[in-house]
Design a protein around this ligand. Structure first.
Ligand SMILES: [Zn+2]
Ligand SMILES: [Zn+2]
Length: 114
């Protein structure tokens, strides 16, 4: 890192570069550095490019965590659980048909002398 910064400023040959552009990595001196809210850059163009990139990244994150998306995922999850429960009930009904249940009721009634 220190080695890389020994290279000269892109605009002032002979002047030691103190900063590397966050967007393109170009070495620049203190005079040329373009500071912005997202970092330090070699030119306004690079600063704007990086700011736009950060904004897009934030918007993408925001959309991914937005309420509608989460609610939709929750709804799909609930539907899946209901479907699984219905499937289990269906399989159980097939494995234990109604006649067996009536037999059980009949036996219980015999035992209880109803
Ligand atoms: Zn740059
Ligand atoms: Zn310079």
């Amino acid at each position: 890192m220190v080695e890389a910064l020994r290279s000269g400023c892109i605009n002032h040959p002979g002047v030691e570069a103190t900063v590397r552009c966050k967007q393109c990595g170009t070495p620049v001196c203190d005079t040329c550095v373009e500071s912005g809210p997202t970092g330090r850059f070699c030119s306004p163009a690079c600063r704007q490019k990086h700011e736009a990139f950060m904004q897009r990244a934030q918007q993408r994150d925001g959309r991914a965590r937005s309420g509608v998306f989460v609610k939709l995922r929750g709804l799909i999850g609930s539907i899946m659980i209901i479907l699984v429960v219905l499937l289990v009930i269906g399989v159980a009904a097939m494995l234990f048909p109604i006649p067996m249940l009536s037999d059980l009721v009949f036996q219980l009634r015999g035992m209880l002398n109803i």
